[in-house]
Design a protein around this ligand. Structure first.
Ligand code: ADP
Ligand code: MG
Length: 647
């Protein structure tokens, strides 16, 4: 072993080594005392104090340089004071307990960061790239956008990209938190860090290295864990004044009682050690737990606020429903149904809206669609386009009204019938004449059915559906899902108003799909974006981003936040109580320096363990069965990012 090795070993295990040495000296000093070797015993007590205390004093000096009066300074002052008045064993025990406590703290805090570390371990290590007709193995960081990457069965995908060739079952647990594999074929988006369980695919690289979704999730989670929660900020501001105040109090007590030991004890035990750690431990653990389930919480402030949510507003299309609309009926009022679909498709060719894309899908393969000569989107209403010199309008009733069009009784009756069935009807108008009514239907997400009861269980009082769709369709869907309240025919700006109104009655979360709900999500107390993997804007702007499309994550997230908030409250109350009791104990002389320190360290430890309960929180998600499935298949790299374990 070289000196460098030794140094490395010390850097890694320094706290443990110091704890063990001063612990051993403590035992020796105690034994020497029992055997009446008084002087040897005193020397050993002092040696233990000096060896353990050196590091503490050093960090106290460093902190003072930054004008921070921390617990290290107080422990140093108290121990020196104890030695000066001849209480050697007290000084040694206080220092030992402090060092040992610090070691345990580091150990447990490490555990809470595990979630992130396992997320990082999911990052790919090699990539097979096609270069100059050969397949070469390179570092995934070196793959450039546009290059073709080959992924064999059992391999991790090294880049974000689009499948060019082949079919595969891909396990996306690292991104979405869901370990049921999904099929990926040509044209579909795939992510770095996911695992090809079965199949052989070629991917065209879009992003690699630091730009991949996985890398960004990791850095966002890291940032989020660093961010201070409001409660923590409050406590830190409080601690800044509190510690100097304690010094003044200790001096006062000394002047009054003339008892240096009482004054020194007061110094040490009234440090707000547990108080300061009570919030961050819960926040770091909570955010880590969520990250492992494909939920990105963007910081302690959001986590705390999410714990107070009591009203949930939800978008309909693309959120409660899959957004995979299908044309179910075309009723032509002039010309044929096929002509109508063709014209509507030309008008919607540039549209990004779910409805527009569904109309495009209805055009038979092989039919060439010309570009419209002119095209305009009217959010929440439809599109206006021009083709063959004639104007084409595709949209809802509101758009008809705005363009001064009135429906015949026959058309109106037909549309109402379609809407009552839960379909969304859009009108195709050419040069002021109704050509057809196209009915589209969307499938309600499977988890939407028990969403409401799950949300209620998580403590939400009211669930409101906000939609731009028409009243009758909205009522049909809301009725089917048992939603308390719905507001229909809203334009994006009306959704913002609805959110503002709801905010008068509670803490409001807005859940949207990120396509046109961004303003409403921003107006809400908490904006939750669904299916954020792949849509950068959603990941960046939402307060909470769900990487998957699964609605059950919403109730889980609210439940987790509530539990986190609860633990923050418990921890804070407990820490304050302990300090108060200790101060009283010291003044009543039932607590001495060593026992005070013991209780102080124990309270820190209890607070940490309480926070770590969040590691196991599952919020009713069926992750247990997921894990078992992975194990059975025996596939590497599919383990859940968060492993349950004893706290
Ligand atoms: P939601 O709030 O349910 O997600 P939107 O606000 O996106 O719905 O759209 C509201 C309504 O506007 C749709 O139900 C439809 O009637 C009409 N609409 C919006 N965009 C289009 C489009 N591209 N083509 C036809 N109709 C559209
Ligand atoms: Mg929508």
């Amino acid at each position: 072993m070289t000196l460098a090795d030794l140094r490395k070993f010390y850097r890694k295990n320094g706290k443990l080594i110091v704890t063990v040495i001063s612990g051993a000296l403590l035992v020796a000093a105690f034994a020497a005392g029992k055997l009446q070797y008084e002087q040897l015993s005193s020397a050993l007590w002092i040696l233990a104090a000096v060896i353990g205390g050196f590091g503490i004093a050093k960090s106290a000096v460093i902190q003072l340089r930054y004008k921070v009066l921390g617990i290290q300074a107080l422990v140093t002052i108290a121990s020196i004071g104890a030695i000066l008045i001849g209480e050697y064993w007290e000084a040694a025990v206080v220092i030992f307990l402090f060092t040992f406590g610090g070691y345990l703290e580091a150990l447990t805090l490490d555990r809470t960061r595990n979630a992130l570390r396992s997320l990082m371990s999911l990052a790919p290590t090699t990539a097979s790239v096609r270069r100059d007709g050969k397949i070469v193995t390179v570092d995934p960081q070196e793959v450039r956008p546009g290059e073709i990457v080959i992924v064999r069965p059992g391999e991790k995908l090294p880049v974000d990209g689009i499948v060019l060739k082949g079919e595969a079952q891909v396990n996306q647990a690292s991104i979405t938190g869901e370990s049921v594999p999904v099929s990926k074929g040509p044209g579909e988006q795939v992510f770095s860090g996911t695992v090809n369980e079965v199949g052989f695919i070629e991917i065209e690289t879009r992003r690699s290295g630091e730009d991949t979704t996985l890398a960004r999730i990791i850095s966002l989670v890291e940032e989020a864990q660093e961010q201070r929660a409001p409660t923590q900020q409050l406590i830190e501001r409080f601690a800044k004044y509190y510690t100097p105040a304690i010094i003044v109090l200790a001096i006062g007590v000394f002047l009054l009682t003339r008892d240096p030991l009482v004054a020194l004890t007061l110094l040490v035990i009234s440090c707000p050690g547990a108080l300061v750690i009570s919030t961050p431990i819960a926040v770091v653990t909570g955010i880590g737990n969520a990250a492992g389930r494909g939920v990105l919480i963007k910081g302690g402030a959001h986590l705390e606020r999410a714990g107070r949510i009591n009203i949930v507003a939800m978008d309909k299309t693309g959120t409660l429903t899959k957004g995979e609309l299908e044309v179910v009926n075309v009723r032509a009022f002039k010309g044929t149904a096929d002509e109508a679909v063709f014209k509507a498709a030309v008008a919607e060719k540039m549209s990004e809206h779910h409805l527009g894309r569904a109309v495009l899908k209805k055009v038979p393969q092989g039919v060439a669609l010309p570009d419209p000569e002119d095209f305009k989107v009217l959010p929440g209403r439809g599109v206006i386009a021009r083709h063959g010199g004639r104007s084409l309008t595709v949209g809802n009733r509101r758009l008809l009204a705005e363009t001064g069009f009135s429906l015949t009784a026959v058309a109106e009756a037909y549309v109402q019938g379609e809407e009552e069935r839960g379909s969304t009807a859009v009108f195709l108008i050419e040069e002021g004449e109704l050509l057809a009514v196209i009915s589209l239907a969307d499938t309600v997400r499977e988890e939407a059915k028990d969403l409401i009861s799950r949300l209620k269980q998580a403590g939400v009082k009211k669930v409101v559906m906000l939609t731009g769709d028409n009243e009758r369709t909205a009522r049909a869907i809301a009725g089917r899902l048992g939603i308390d309240e719905y507001r229909a025919e809203l334009l994006p700006e009306n959704k913002v108003e609805a959110i503002k109104e709801l905010k008068k009655h509670g803490v409001v979360a807005m859940v949207g799909d990120g396509i046109n709900d961004a303003p409403a999500m921003a107006a809400a107390d908490i904006g939750i974006a669904m299916g954020a993997a792949g849509t950068d804007v959603a990941i960046e702007t939402a307060d909470i981003a769900l990487m998957s499309d699964r609605l059950d994550r919403i109730a889980y997230t609210i439940g987790l936040s509530r539990k986190t908030l609860g633990i923050i409250m418990q921890n804070t109350a407990f820490s304050l109580l302990v300090v108060l009791l200790l101060v009283a104990g010291v003044l009543l002389k039932v607590v001495v320096l060593a026992s005070g320190m013991f209780i102080h360290e124990a309270s820190i430890f209890i607070v940490i363990l309480n926070g770590m309960r969040l590691i196991r929180y599952g919020g009713g998600l069926s992750w247990r069965t997921d894990t078992r499935k992975d194990k059975e298949k025996g596939k590497g790299g599919t383990e859940r990012p968060v492993q349950p374990g004893p706290a």
